[in-house]
Write a protein that binds this ligand. Structure first.
Ligand code: PLP
Length: 417
């Protein structure tokens, strides 16, 4: 049991038993003054680090002007600037936005838009994906049974196609594995959900909770081609991959594909709960006025935090820094892998890097060692928890990555054999 358990629902699982009192940059501090290097970023959220001065100032200033200006009642003066900024940043074709509060809500909103816009009932998702904790997004989530157990039956109309697993597969066989997954997708359309009944395909460009697995380019392109061919909307769930996490503003840019709908949350506002979906004005116009909404969507402080976050993420050289730190991290992790047969893969885009171990228990042991001896906070991912995932703040320094790698190397050595 977590030491801070009184009056708090035990439904929250705990990655650490820390109680933190402040955060700054890549670090969080506990009541006794101990500092921890936060390589979780609060699950890939604190993109600009904890309490970035520009984000703090924007939140403070906005709190004094307006906290809640309910969007149906009146519109505050940051909604339009945020939509304008997102239109500049998101992939071509996306220029119109709806705001919500969490990733799950935004994913649900994307599905609701797709259903209304196409008049079709079903969606296709991929094995290993995670889209949230509401009933619909649980139905779309197959990264772990723990997310669904005890809640079934879940909403119908969600069909799951296989996502390629290339770990341990020789390079010359990768295309064949991908092609089998694409054939299975075609089979799904022929056997379970006809294109005329399928509104959208929802895909994480890099699986997040499912184990930090980037889509093979051949796979992503094959899926997008099929969406175009059958008139299915292609929805990119960039809740975890968006806002610079992969070294590009959005992960789809690595693949040169343009989604019909993009789902955004987490890193958008450095920790303030705001999420969004974007689509073309033409697609959004097919979503009848009043058929969706929410009390808090487009919250004024959330918009201020998002605008300040975007200002930081778009500073010259910022994304180059993410790419550089990602390379440093990946190279360092691969060096450790070379000396330990218990590590079977290091992969990922930018600062979204997974280390897959042969045995899940080893991940837990490595995490514990890093926390206690190195004061480094990490999380796991993957269906069995066999992946140690790295998602430090995008502002992480070279020296901080060096510290994290040293703690990882020591933990891997200490837990070997
Ligand atoms: N989609 C993806 C890809 C995610 O990683 C997550 C959360 O981890 C969600 C959706 C759900 O977001 P939230 O927890 O804000 O509801």
């Amino acid at each position: 049991m977590h030491p801070m358990a009184g009056h708090l629902a035990p439904v929250w699982f705990s990655v650490t038993d820390l109680e933190v009192v402040s955060g700054r940059g890549s670090w969080v501090t506990t009541a006794d003054g101990t500092e921890y290097l936060d390589c979780s970023s609060g699950i890939a959220v604190t993109s600009t680090g904890h309490c970035h001065p520009k984000v703090v100032a924007a939140i403070q200033a906005q709190a004094a002007r307006f906290i809640h200006a309910q969007v149906n009642v009146y519109r505050h003066d940051l909604l339009q600037p945020l939509a304008d900024r997102l239109a500049e940043l998101t992939p071509a074709g996306i220029d119109t936005f709806f705001f919500a509060n969490s990733g799950a809500e935004a994913t649900e909103a994307a599905v609701k838009l797709a259903k209304q816009a196409t008049g079709r009932p079903n969606v296709i998702v991929f094995s290993g994906s995670f889209h949230g904790r509401t009933h619909l997004t649980m139905a779309m989530t197959t990264s772990k049974t723990g997310y669904r157990a005890g809640y079934q039956p879940l909403p119908a109309g969600v069909f799951v196609a296989p996502f390629p697993d290339l770990v341990g597969v020789p390079a010359e066989e990768h295309d064949a594995v991908v092609d089998r997954c694409l054939a299975a997708f075609d089979h799904l359309l022929a056997s379970q959900t006809a294109p005329s009944e399928t509104a959208a395909v929802v895909l994480e460009p890099q699986l997040g909770e499912g184990g930090y697995v980037p889509s093979p380019p051949r796979f992503l392109h094959g899926i997008v081609e099929r969406c175009r061919h059958h008139g299915l909307l292609f929805v990119a769930d960039e809740v975890q991959t968006g806002f610079g996490r992969t070294g590009r503003m959005f992960a789809v840019e690595h693949y040169g594909v343009e989604p019909d709908v993009i789902v955004m949350a987490k890193g958008i506002a450095s920790g303030f709960p705001i999420s969004a979906i974007g689509a073309s004005a033409e697609l959004m116009a097919r979503w009848p006025t009043g058929s969706h909404g929410g009390t808090y969507g487009g919250n004024a402080i959330g918009c201020a935090a998002a605008l300040a976050t975007i200002e930081v993420l778009t500073e010259p050289g910022f994304l180059d820094h993410v790419v550089e730190r990602g390379r440093q991290l990946t190279a360092g992790l691969r060096e450790v892998m070379a000396d330990d047969p218990g590590i079977v893969d290091v992969r990922g885009l930018g600062l979204m890097v997974g280390v897959q171990f042969a045995v899940p228990a080893r991940v837990a042991a490595v995490q514990q060692h890093m926390l206690r001896e190195g004061r480094v906070i990490t999380m796991n991912a993957g269906t069995t928890g066999a992946v140690l995932r790295w998602m430090p703040p995008l502002t992480v320094s070279e020296a901080e990555i060096g510290l994290a790698l040293a703690a990882f190397g020591a933990a891997v050595k200490a837990t070997a054999g």
